[in-house]
Design a protein around this ligand. Structure first.
Ligand code: S3P
Length: 443
């Protein structure tokens, strides 16, 4: 479903100490993958802790359109009856992935080696985002693609009838590209190989193995080499979706910048392909305590206790970018409350997310009194230990931009407003009530 509702203006103002427990929702990346792999397995997959945000609901609807039975049986509890690898049926209507780049890109991969035709569309944000990075490798498998000028959505894929396996080096560090190729490789005979120079989130590889596929990862001089043997029979699984470290970043940031705060965030991922923000925060001097390390849903997690305290600016290397790619907007907010300069390198990919996140953060923070510099692939924040506030920020249909500025407003001198908080429902539908329970003044 596209986000077509009226804009939802919202503002946040200086709040007293935040206290309590922040139980953030299920991981968005894992949720999409659980539905898609469940649809490609033969039999019943049970999912608990699924993120019931709009992005994931759109993927659930898409899996139904391709012939899987997908049912909600309780809060966060879903059952998928899959059709097997190569078993997707041709959808009757257009597949509308709303705001979700992950949804559309992974689903395109999953159908591209089955001889059916599907047309994909999305909201105005998704319709501006590059799709050739996905359709180029899918064409190597034999799929035929017709797209709008520039390779943009809406686009139609005619899946390959006689797919050939592919060896593909991802041109940018992207788990979405890697995953689309691996999902397409499921229905190609022989071995499909993806080589990535920078490691990106590895949920697809982990989950494919959990569903019984033969997938191996080798670290070589060229980078990570992921090899998948095609045409497996995927066996249905029980997937316990861990909490989303990218969503956890917002209450964590709020506790770091609001004086006197101390909150507990249970079940934060320690997966090294997702934990770049937390490593960076420790370098900034953040007071983070990890407790109760364990495994949940096949992912290493721990409970995190966060306390407010002084922070210092740091330089984040380009090599770390992929492990915190969705966390740069909120890091730029935290950096304004640190003392000294924070430089974020190798972040060009932020320009092609739900919005141009470098531009959105730079303009919004500047309007609220921060000193920012940007290049094509870097963002620099000159932190002064505080932020004036007082301005309204454009969110450009981008959930993480909306949440970042609302968090900033909890510690700025004057309130900070956003023009549209509606997109928050794509990834963190409970954001406002959860933050309010901690003591945040948002409304
Ligand atoms: C995601 C991968 C990332 C991330 C997105 C989710 C995924 O995108 O920004 O929110 O689930 O694979 P890229 O892999 O394109 O960088």
């Amino acid at each position: 479903m596209s986000h077509s509702a009226e804009p939802l203006p919202m503002s946040a103002r200086r709040s007293g100490p935040l206290k309590g427990e922040a139980q953030v929702p299920g991981d968005k990346s894992v949720s999409h993958r659980a539905l898609i792999l469940g649809a490609l397995a033969v039999g019943e997959t049970r999912i608990t802790g699924l993120l019931e945000g709009q992005d994931v609901l759109d993927t659930a609807k898409a899996m139904q359109a391709f012939g899987a039975e997908v049912q909600r049986v309780g809060e966060g509890e879903w059952v998928v009856h899959g059709v097997g690898v190569g078993g997707f049926a041709e959808p009757e209507g257009v597949i509308d992935c709303g705001n979700s780049g992950t949804g559309v890109r992974l689903i395109m991969g999953a159908m591209a080696t089955t001889p059916i035709t599907a047309t994909f569309t999305g909201d105005p944000s998704l319709s501006r985002r590059p799709m050739r990075r996905i359709t180029d490798p899918l064409e190597l498998f034999g799929a035929q693609v017709t797209a709008r000028e520039g390779g943009l959505l809406p686009l139609t894929i005619r899946g390959a009838a006689d797919p050939a396996p592919v060896l593909y080096r991802t041109p940018v560090a992207s788990a979405q590209i890697k995953s689309a190729v691996l999902l397409a490789g499921l229905n190609a005979p022989g071995q499909t190989v993806v080589i990535e120079t920078e490691p990106t989130r590895d949920h697809t590889e982990r989950m494919l193995a959990g569903f019984g596929a033969n997938v191996t990862t080798e670290v070589t001089a060229e980078g990570r080499v992921i090899t998948l043997t095609g045409r497996p029979e995927l066996r249905p699984c029980t997937v316990a979706v861990p909490r989303d470290p990218s969503s956890a970043a917002f209450p964590v940031a709020a506790a770091l910048i609001v004086p006197g705060s101390e909150i507990r965030v249970p079940g934060v991922s320690r997966n090294p392909t997702r934990d770049g923000l937390y490593v960076t925060l420790e370098e900034m001097g953040a007071d983070l305590t990890w407790e109760n390390q364990r495994e949940e849903g096949g992912e290493p997690v721990a409970d995190l206790i966060v306390r407010h305290g002084p922070l210092r600016g740091v330089t984040v290397s380009a090599e770390r970018a992929a492990s915190m790619i969705d966390e740069f907007p909120i890091l730029s907010v935290i950096a304004t409350f640190a003392e000294g300069t924070t430089v974020m390198n190798g972040v060009a990919e932020l320009r092609v997310k739900e919005s141009d996140r470098i531009d959105a953060m730079a303009r919004g923070l500047e309007a609220n009194g921060a000193r920012i510099e940007e290049t094509r692939d870097s963002l620099t924040v000159h932190g002064t230990g505080g932020l004036a506030g007082g301005a309204t920020c454009a969110t450009h249909l981008d959930h993480r931009i909306a949440m970042s500025f609302l968090v900033a407003g909890l510690a700025s001198e004057q309130p900070i407003a956003v023009d549209d908080a509606g997109p928050i429902a794509t990834s963190f539908p409970d954001f406002v009530p959860l933050m309010t329970r901690l003591g945040a003044q948002i409304g």
